[in-house]
Design a protein around this ligand. Structure first.
Ligand SMILES: Nc1ncnc2c1ncn2[C@@H]1O[C@H](COP(=O)(O)OP(=O)(O)O)[C@@H](O)[C@H]1O
Ligand SMILES: [Mg+2]
Length: 240
């Protein structure tokens, strides 16, 4: 808000030396407004979740479509930082259908992918998927398995002793990083609650500072896809 008011005031007071500088001030005000909107959206989301009022409408979701959507919106940001950005789809014959809320799954993916890009300066970000066959029940519904999505980066990583705080609201590694990287410290907290509300689980892995990070989350599989690599189904195998 200070950014918006400050830069608008410069323009209103005629402090810009020329039209280009005025344009720069307005661009800064616009960026600040966008950032403020992100914060408000996150805070409201978290407030709704805490009040038990968040509506999640689960339905079959095409995983390819979701990942393409993520690729389109994050690929360019990564390219702008000269990072590799790769999305690997599962090697199945037919499309993989998961069970969740499309917009919320996309929100989680965008949170994780944008973190990975934000905290990586060299190398890149790879998104992979793995189908895990394991019958399970979630909220009175039976599923044939789950899909694990992985967002792996070659970025700054997180030291082992600090990893347990990452999912707490407003938690960021430290003040100087906050100033350098921006954000609210709410993305992971919200993502975790959304994933759990859809019957999945989130985990953060890093071998330490400077060693990159990997965040995984699971989402129920709606129907078993036809695999290319593994033609013998393991149905009914109790140890699977
Ligand atoms: N891919 C990552 N690499 C390194 N640190 C990360 C990564 N993702 C999250 N973090 C750490 O976890 C904190 C919380 O993340 P998040 O909840 O998304 O908040 P924000 O992105 O607003 O800082 C970040 O501030 C950062 O310290
Ligand atoms: Mg974030």
């Amino acid at each position: 808000m200070n950014g918006i008011l400050g830069f608008l005031k410069l323009v209103l007071d005629g402090m810009a030396d020329d039209p280009e500088e005025q344009e720069e001030f307005l661009q800064e005000a616009f960026r600040s407004a966008q950032h403020l909107l992100d914060i408000i959206t996150d805070v409201l989301d978290l407030a709704k979740i805490e009040a038990g009022k968040l509506e999640i409408a689960c339905e079959p979701v095409n995983l390819h479509e979701l990942l393409q959507d993520v690729d389109r919106s994050q690929g360019n940001t990564a390219k702008g930082k000269a990072l590799n950005f790769e999305v690997q789809l599962p090697t199945t014959l037919d499309e993989v259908i998961v069970y969740g809320d499309y917009q919320r799954l996309k929100q989680v993916m965008l949170n994780l992918a944008s973190n990975a890009i934000k905290f990586t300066h060299e190398g890149g970000v790879t998104i992979t998927t793995e189908i895990i066959r394991k019958r399970f029940q979630s909220r009175n519904q039976e599923f044939p398995g789950l899909v694990m999505l992985r967002v792996a980066d070659t970025g700054i990583g997180v030291s082992l002793d600090k990893q347990n705080r990452l999912f707490q609201s407003f938690s960021q590694i430290d003040g100087s990083l906050t100033r350098r990287y921006g954000g609210t410290g709410l993305g992971l907290a919200i993502s975790q609650r959304l994933v759990e509300a859809m019957g999945g689980e989130v985990n953060f892995y890093s071998m330490g500072e400077g060693l990159g990070s990997t965040v995984t989350f699971t989402v129920p599989l709606f129907q078993e896809p036809v695999m290319i690599s593994n033609p013998t189904p393991e149905d009914g195998n109790p140890s699977a």
